[in-house]
Design a binder for this molecule. Structure first.
Ligand SMILES: [Zn+2]
Length: 138
């Protein structure tokens, strides 16, 4: 029974993809919601590769630029449903990338500059704190 449910889900997603590329987004959305219902009914998880394809809020089959928008934000890929506005965020492999970690930074003089700035900043901060303390007594 579970095997049949898995096959049914795969078939429904295949149909959804075909209808979405053919322009029938309403049918694609219907197939997605049916696939999700089969999953709930037989306690079968929707495979991760399928979960990327639809909105969890309104079961819309996501077609890039038509029913979904994808943006990259601080180590996350954020896909927004253009029908209901729900966002789905996935971690981009490797996490947030710091500019100083790039190959150009390693070859250049960026790390040395950063070190000098960090020392100067901490000294200024310490001096500022010391000078502020007596004025608070007034
Ligand atoms: Zn949605």
């Amino acid at each position: 029974m579970i095997r049949i449910a898995r096959e049914r889900i795969a078939a429904l997603f295949a149909l959804a993809e075909r209808e979405a590329t053919g322009g029938r987004t309403d049918l694609a959305d219907r197939y997605v919601s049916l696939a999700r219902r089969v999953g709930t009914r037989y306690n079968v998880r929707i495979l991760p590769e399928y979960r990327e394809l639809y909105c969890r809020g309104c079961s819309a089959y996501w077609v890039e630029g038509r029913t979904a928008r994808t943006r990259l934000r601080a180590g996350h890929r954020v896909r927004t449903c253009l029908r209901c506005g729900r966002e789905r965020r996935t971690l981009v492999h490797g996490g947030p990338r710091l500019p100083s970690r790039g190959p150009e930074a390693r070859a250049g003089e960026v790390p040395r500059d950063e070190g000098a700035l960090a020392v100067a900043g901490s000294e200024e901060e310490a001096a500022g704190l010391e000078s502020e303390e007596p004025s608070e007594d007034d």
